[in-house]
Design a protein around this ligand. Sequence first.
Ligand code: PGA
Length: 257
Amino acid sequence: MRKKIVAGNWKMNLTYSEGVSLAEEICKRLNEAGVKNLDLMPEVLFFPPYIHLSQVTKISEGLKGVFSGAQNCHTEPKGAYTGEISAPMIKSTGATHVLVGHSERRAYFGEDDQMLVAKVKAALENELIPVFCCGEKLPEREKENHFEVVRAQIENGIFWLDETGFENVVIAYEPVWAIGTGVTASPEQAQEMHAFIRKLIKEKYGDDLAEKTTILYGGSCNPKNAASLFSQDDVDGGLIGGASLKADDFIEIIKSF
Ligand code: PGA
């Protein structure tokens, strides 16, 4: 069975102490719920801001199936890149994952396919699991071009990997029109795109790897709609923004499987 994941992308929210309190509260409640002993529960990931990462990793380390990651990384391991953070630095905190190609990084920081290839490479070289984000913008869906847009993002961003590399990648489908808007993709829309992505993987890497690849949905996922999204055959969990900032909501979403 492929891995189910619920991931919280905190984006640029929460001060250090607020972030630490949130991670502590969520982990405490997962622990009380006995979640660490329930293999049926999804893996839980925190993607806090960089400066919170080391402490959030320490907090999550006590719980089986709870991990943390960075929201971005630089392509180079070190050097004169003022203000940047490298994959080896992220790894050195004990974090295990890194988001690559979030639509906000693509839109506001000019991240293109070539840069994302280098970031995926940097992540894997440092034994970090890249959570590779893809998704179309509203005009692209309106023109019914969404499948082609996502196909190009995936082919250009991760299909250069060999099987061993690809095995360590998680995909997050996040339609840009659904991110932070309150407009969620319907379960049918999510399923349709996830099935399409899995078909691409099958054609490229074969049945086994396609069946094993975790594909998350992201975009206004909340406690009310999570269960219907997660019940779709090819939706293996969620990448949660706004609703990951409240312990109650995030816990509810984790329990939606
Ligand atoms: P949202 O964000 O849940 O607030 O829509 C999701 C994301 O951008 O990862």
